[in-house]
Design a protein around this ligand. Structure first.
Ligand SMILES: Cc1ncc(COP(=O)(O)O)c(C=O)c1O
Length: 487
């Protein structure tokens, strides 16, 4: 390992200290008498011995190796990696928010409750749903809560034993079938037609007495708007099922159309995508779950209500599915989303949606000469190319992704959705400039040309990253998550 990539343990030298505690009052011996025997360490911790400046330099260097939306272009399809305005961070740091505690009496945190109440109102307005719970901590947890609501509603209607199937399109995000299975539903897959939309004929064949509902995102994961959405809603509702909207793709439709008006009964939103709160590397997220007025009684507890004097937490909801997370969700993320919504306003949201669609279509048109575009139509916020032409020359989609790293561009989503061979799913988002998009086109086209003239270049990429190709199978099967001296 080169010196600049050394682990902090490899920098360790015996006797070095980052900081020292004053040697007064209590000696180590005395401290040990204050701690119960069973909690005392049996051997010294294996900590690196480094000076303070070495610690600072080590972690500063690590932070520079990180990549995020603040470092460069991040066209990760389905993930809406848009810029997170810093004003959101300022709002989240106000001491009135940051120094409160969820166990404080409600009368002392009226500002927090007001924010939660108003955020819910705004989400209701944007989506056309009846009510929201802000509790789920991620999109997938919102899905889980939504499906638990479907289950509970079926139970209350006395049909939970008959209605056991959830229909999911073959283009769906993996969390959809996973969430449905976790709640005990059987997943039935509906195929996409040659236009990339739900095959209505096949849907009709699948729908029956067992249909509990359908999980759908519109626009779908190919970035295409389901033109027959009203027909789909009618088919499912006529069979006594419910429509679940995966709201991760709300970015291109906010201010334009509303899932509630399309006939959806339940939705989750990914605040950490559409409403510009930081995400990546697993969180922190926020996946509020919204429902129609009729289903509101099942929402997770508590909801914030407003009476004449003040805002109150309503925990008295006997039909609720209960809590899905502690307190009222990821409060810090909710502040950021609220701040974004206030800053953008209705017009700003609509503009963001339009720009997201414009940017995606611009890139799609520029890239479709070098790359195959299986569904060559106007898209919404994202589109899916196929790297199959480059694959024939020996350069796979994974190679293209690795080669992009050499240009300091985060790769698009790869191999998803599964229905496109060698899929490259690009979502530029509205916050990117034409110059950035043009640069991406240049780089993508260069990689495609290289595939013809010098395929090894991509096959062996990345060439200038800290690490090259990892053995991903080995990393998944026997991950080494801790450093041990013998290694
Ligand atoms: C379409 C879609 N649905 C659901 C999810 C799950 O959201 P989360 O990662 O917040 O659990 C994602 C995340 O990428 C998504 O793109």
């Amino acid at each position: 390992m080169s010196k600049e990539n050394q682990l902090i343990f490899e920098k360790s030298r015996e006797g070095k200290k980052g900081c020292s505690l004053p040697e007064d009052e209590l000696s180590t011996m005395e401290i040990e008498t204050l701690i119960p025997e069973k909690h005392l360490r049996q051997k010294e911790p294996e900590l690196p011995e480094v000076s303070e400046v070495e610690v600072v330099r080590h972690f500063t260097a690590l932070s520079h190796k990180n990549y995020g939306v603040d470092s460069g272009f991040y066209p990760l399809g389905s993930c809406t990696m848009k810029y997170n305005p810093k004003v959101n961070e300022d709002a989240a740091q106000y001491s009135g928010f940051s120094e409160t505690h969820p166990h404080q009496p409600q009368k002392m945190v009226q500002g927090n409750l007001k924010l939660l109440y108003e955020l819910e109102q705004k989400l209701v307005e944007i989506t056309g749903m009846g009510r929201f719970s802000l509790q789920p901590a991620a999109g997938a947890q919102g899905e889980l809560a939504g499906l638990m609501i479907i289950k509970k509603d079926l139970k209350n209607r006395g049909v939970s034993d008959q209605k056991t199937e959830i229909i999911v399109p073959d283009s769906a995000h993996g969390t959809n079938p996973a969430s449905a299975t976790m709640v005990g539903f059987e997943v039935r897959e509906v195929e996409s037609n040659e236009r990339g939309l739900v095959d209505i004929g096949q849907l009709k064949e699948l729908v029956g007495e067992k249909t509990a509902g359908i999980m759908l995102t519109n626009p779908n994961t190919l970035g295409l708007f389901e033109e027959d959405i009203l027909k789909i809603a009618e088919i499912i509702h006529q069979a006594g099922g419910l429509l679940y909207y995966d709201g991760a793709n709300l970015n291109p439709i906010m201010g334009k159309v509303r899932p509630g008006d399309m006939g959806f009964d339940i939705i989750h939103l990914n605040l950490h995508k559409t409403f510009s709160t930081p995400h990546g590397g697993g969180g922190p997220g926020s996946g509020p779950v919204g429902v129609t007025e009729e289903l509101a009684r099942y929402l997770p507890l508590p909801l914030v209500e407003k009476n004449e004097q003040r805002y109150v937490l309503d925990n008295d909801r006997p039909d609720s599915i209960g809590k899905v997370r502690s307190f009222y969700g990821n409060f810090g993320i909710l502040i950021r989303a609220y701040s974004y919504l206030l800053a953008a306003g209705a017009e700003g949201l609509e503009q963001a949606a339009e720009d997201a669609v414009l940017n995606a279509n611009y890139l799609k048109e520029k890239l479709k000469t070098e790359y195959d575009l299986p569904f060559d139509r106007i898209c919404k916020h994202e589109f899916v190319l196929s790297g199959s032409r480059q694959k024939e020359q020996g350069v796979s989609t994974a190679d293209i992704a690795k080669r992009l790293l050499d240009f300091h561009i985060h790769p698009p989503t790869m191999y998803f959705p599964l229905i496109v061979d060698e899929a490259i799913m690009v979502e530029p988002t509205e916050t990117e400039s034409k110059e950035t998009l043009d640069h991406f086109v240049e780089v993508m086209n260069q990689i495609s040309r290289e595939a013809q003239t010098n395929p090894q270049k991509a096959q062996n990429a990345p060439h200038n990253m800290v690490v090259g190709r990892l053995d991903e199978t080995e990393a998944a099967r026997s991950p080494k998550l801790r450093w041990h001296p013998e290694q």
